[in-house]
Design a protein around this ligand. Sequence first.
Ligand code: FES
Length: 173
Amino acid sequence: MITVTDRRVHKEVSPRRLRKLRVSMITVMPGAEFIESVEELRALAPVATAPIRHHVFVCTGKSCSARDSAEVKDAFERELKARGILFGKEAKGKNPKGTVIVTECASVGFCAIGAAVMVYPDGVWYAQVRASDVREIIEEHLLNGRRVERLALMNVPAEGLAQPSEKNADWEA
Ligand code: FES
């Protein structure tokens, strides 16, 4: 049984969800709002235990929206769902163990050349993406590791690999 003392969590997680997770609410302690336990964090955020391999951001800023970025996002969700690799709740037709997460984001500066789509951890920024391009991005990039050159405008290289954080680690400036 997990114990949660976070007032924010109390507001955001339904009692039914807490029961399902075997999480109990105990006395809400003002000031005790930071959850230390990784186990608790994982129980409250199932994405933390999903085997995520790609994060796809679709810009839904004003200019990209005018270029139908909502349709682009819908196409990603539809195609990824059909392949069973879209992370999310089963009740919504998604897979809690999916390997791809799709989220919206605000403007990234491709306003004149949207819709903008960014794929991480590869750091590939796609421009002028239309819903009709989505299947190719999924099949080429997400499934076969080959970026779609005709749409890829920028690459933001990662410096090294992400490491698990360690408390009291000495971080270089
Ligand atoms: S609105 Fe999408 S990049 Fe600016």
